[in-house]
Design a protein. Structure first.
Length: 221
C-alpha cells in the first residue's frame, strides 16, 4: 500500500467511525449564510443563540440592512467578535438586498458564487466554502482548525495554507464524499485529534499518522 492509499484508508476510517450531521443551519440560504459567519471562532451553542437573537430582531433583510453595525453587534454579542461579524453581516444584507445574492448563486457555478462571497469584506474562504457546500451542493471541503490539524498530523501536506490543505483532501476524497468528510474530520478533531493532549494511543488511524510515529514513542510508549 503506497502513501496515498494509506491516507485514503485513514480518511475512510474517520468518515465511517465519526459521522456527524453538523450544526443546525436554517433552510433559508441567506440566514444560513449569516449563521456561518456567526459560527466563526465560537461554539455551536453560542452561534445559535446569536442567530436566534438576530432573526427575532430583524425578521426581514430590509430591516437587517438598515441596522447599524453598532446595533447589530449588541444583538449578536453571544457569538463573540461581534464588532467584526456585525459589519460583515451588514455587508451581506446589502448584497442580498441589492443583488438577490442567494437566488443568483443558485443560477451560476458555485465557483462564481464563491468568488463574489470572498470579495465581501469579512467573508473568508472557509465561510464561502461552507455556504457553497451546504446550499449549493458544491464538492468542496471547507478547511477549519480541526480539518487543518488532522490533515497536517496525518501528513497529508506540509503546508498549513488553506489552499494546500484543501487540495490534499480533494486529491484523496471523491467529490460525492467531501461534505461528510468535512463533518467527520471536525468531529474527529474535537473528540480524538484534539489540539492539546490528542488521544493518540486509542486513535483508530494512528497506524497511518505521521504525528503518532514521531511523537508517541517519546510521550506515550
Amino acid at each position: 500500500m503506497n502513501r496515498a492509499q494509506e491516507l485514503s484508508e485513514a480518511l475512510s476510517i474517520i468518515r465511517e467511525k465519526f459521522p456527524w450531521e453538523g450544526p443546525r443551519l436554517g433552510k433559508d440560504p441567506f440566514f444560513g449564510l449569516l449563521g456561518v459567519v456567526l459560527s466563526q471562532h465560537t461554539s455551536d451553542r453560542m452561534a445559535e443563540a446569536a442567530e436566534k437573537n438576530l432573526e427575532a430582531k430583524y425578521p426581514s433583510i430590509e430591516k437587517l440592512a438598515a441596522a447599524s453595525c453598532e446595533e447589530l453587534a449588541r444583538i449578536i454579542r453571544p457569538a463573540g467578535m461581534q464588532n467584526q461579524k456585525a459589519c460583515t453581516i451588514q455587508r451581506l444584507a446589502w448584497l442580498e438586498l441589492q443583488r438577490s445574492f442567494t437566488t443568483w448563486a443558485r443560477s451560476v457555478s458555485w465557483q462564481d458564487a464563491r468568488a463574489l462571497l470572498v470579495s465581501v469584506g469579512g467573508v473568508g474562504e472557509k465561510t464561502a466554502d461552507v455556504f457553497c457546500m451546504v446550499y449549493l451542493d458544491a464538492p468542496v471541503v471547507p478547511v477549519d482548525v480541526h480539518v487543518r490539524r488532522v490533515s497536517m498530523r496525518l501528513g497529508m501536506t506540509s503546508s498549513p495554507s488553506y489552499a494546500s490543505v484543501q487540495r490534499a483532501i480533494h486529491a484523496l476524497v471523491p467529490s460525492d464524499l467531501r461534505k461528510q468528510m468535512h463533518l467527520s474530520m471536525i468531529r474527529f478533531g474535537r473528540e480524538i485529534c484534539t489540539s492539546r493532549a490528542p488521544k493518540c494511543s486509542t486513535c483508530p488511524v494512528n497506524a497511518y499518522c505521521d504525528y503518532y510515529v514521531q511523537n508517541v514513542p517519546h510521550s506515550q510508549a
